[in-house]
Design a protein around this ligand. Structure first.
Ligand code: HEM
Length: 319
């Protein structure tokens, strides 16, 4: 695993500083066939975020949910059919947002250069654009991901549940080649988003055999979470105090026992991840550096090349 991480780090550095390619991906992948591809996606996303900044969180999460299931192949965008229930319809994906932004970019790209730019690349570029729009680090990513042809609801069992503890999260991310530090950095993606009451209400009553309420929650913050839930399962709570900003406030909140999800607060509770949380709360630049590296690496997960994938004409259907 250490060798793999070293390899990816070297690749990440070489790819950001040169025109290198790996797995058939490259920084200039579309420079001949669709030179303005990346600009079109970035402009479309920036326009959408200017009218609704909350969508940044949706687009970042969409890339994560895409890459963790079947690799970064836009399988998350495929609609269910009469013979198949797709990832999109899994309870874990029902609150995903931003599909219309991806479709808007795709429509423009299909009219400029039909059949060239994959939906998987659009999702990946949209996520990086969303991070920088919200004030996070700007980082460039390689392109050339092909779109997958498989999307099954049962695969989404492999998305992390908010009830997982730090050791379980470390194990799950390790299965995808991430270190504990990278897992904590990636969790920092929660900084611009919200969670629905249904994702954290298990912390508020009948928590476990010895506690009615999760003891890791600050007593004042408990009242805030309970108030959110008094409005029903779909009411939202922001992960930190700066909803639309990509910053390190998420980690400050964890230090104050004001993490929204059990899986967030466990990162401070566990000695295996506490130092990392404290480090990011203290040093935002370090969080940004680790986050962009980890996102770059996430964007290479099980990427499909050549005939293993296709460029979908419509992101919601296989060709
Ligand atoms: C570490 C394990 C993770 C768990 C258990 C987890 C779980 C969750 C849950 C339960 C929600 C709220 C969903 C809802 O109530 O509707 C959420 C939201 C979100 N997640 Fe995660 N997540 C994890 C990691 C990540 C990663 C790695 C990223 C991106 C790189 C990410 C990005 C987001 C974003 C941006 C939101 C807010 C979405 C919005 O406001 O629409 N999460 N996550």
């Amino acid at each position: 695993m250490a060798t793999w991480n070293l390899f990816l780090t070297i690749m990440a550095v070489s790819m950001t500083t040169s025109g290198w390619s790996v797995y058939g991906l490259s920084m200039q992948y579309y420079s001949m066939a669709c030179p303005f591809a990346e600009q079109i996606v970035r402009d479309t996303v920036n326009r959408a975020l200017r009218s609704d900044p909350t969508l940044a969180a949706g687009l970042i999460r969409m890339h994560f949910h895409d890459c963790f299931i079947q690799g970064c192949d836009a399988s998350v965008l495929i609609d269910s059919t009469k013979d198949n229930v797709a990832e999109k319809d899994s309870p874990a994906n029902l609150s995903l947002r931003g599909y219309e932004v991806i479709d808007d970019a795709k429509d423009q790209l299909e009219s400029q250069c039909p059949g060239v730019v994959s939906c998987a690349d659009i999702v990946a570029i949209a996520a990086t654009t969303a991070v920088s729009f919200a004030g996070g680090p700007y980082y460039d990513i390689p392109k050339g991901r092909k779109d997958g042809r498989i999307s099954k609801i049962q695969d989404t069992i492999n998305l992390p549940s908010p009830t997982l503890n730090s050791s379980e999260l470390i194990k799950m991310f390790d299965q995808h080649g991430f270190t504990a530090q990278e897992m904590v950095a990636l969790s920092g993606a929660h900084t611009p988003g919200v969670a629905r009451c249904s994702s954290f209400k298990h912390r508020l009553s009948n928590f476990d055999s010895t506690h009615d309420v999760d003891p890791a929650i600050d007593t004042q913050f408990l009242k805030t979470l309970s108030k959110t839930c008094s409005g029903g399962d779909n009411k939202n709570k922001t992960f930190d105090t700066t909803r639309n900003d990509f910053d390190n406030d998420y980690f400050n909140q964890l230090q104050m026992k004001a993490g929204v999800l059990f899986s967030d607060q466990t990162l401070l509770a566990s000695p295996r991840t506490r130092k990392i949380v404290n480090g990011y709360a203290f040093n935002q630049a370090m969080f940004f550096m680790d986050f962009q590296r980890a996102m770059f690496k996430m964007g290479l997960l099980d990427v499909k090349e050549g005939s293993k994938g296709e460029v979908r004409a419509d992101c919601s259907k296989i060709n």
